[in-house]
Design a protein. Structure first.
Length: 135
């Protein structure tokens, strides 16, 4: 019998705050209308996948989309995000705690809404514990 106290935190506020505090990247959860004026842009959204881990952990999957004007800035931002996700394991912030964090390789996806905008995406998996207080 498992007695569960509280619930699992939502991963988006945790990841947005972590990227800001850890590597100075301001991520959003909704794309701006005028994308070209906001490059580079990082968007985080819930992804399919995840599931229940051992004991009380739950794996949350989050897609990380990076939009950039050129490959140099794309490589810089995706590299900073990858390193930041590796550092997140065993840590957390006011939004929750992450036991382990993994990220897939960033791969290019066509972006038709604006010419000259590159888009790459990766999926982060965060093993999270429930919180008794979600404020």
């Amino acid at each position: 019998l498992m007695l569960l106290q509280g619930q699992w935190p939502h991963p988006l506020p945790l990841l947005i705050a972590w990227l800001k505090d850890n590597v100075g990247i301001s991520a959003v959860s909704k794309l701006p209308d005028d994308m070209k004026d906001h490059l580079p842009c990082v968007m985080v959204t819930p992804a399919p996948g995840g599931g229940q881990g051992a004991d009380y952990t739950r794996t949350r999957s989050v897609d990380i989309d990076v939009y950039a004007a050129d490959w140099k800035s794309m490589a810089d931002i995706t590299g900073r995000i990858e390193a930041s996700i590796f550092r997140l394991g065993g840590r957390g912030n006011r939004y929750g705690y992450v036991d382990a964090a993994r990220i897939t390789e960033f791969s290019q996806i066509a972006y038709e809404r604006a010419a000259g905008v590159l888009r790459c995406t990766a999926t982060a998996s965060l093993d999270m514990r429930p919180k008794t207080s979600l404020k």
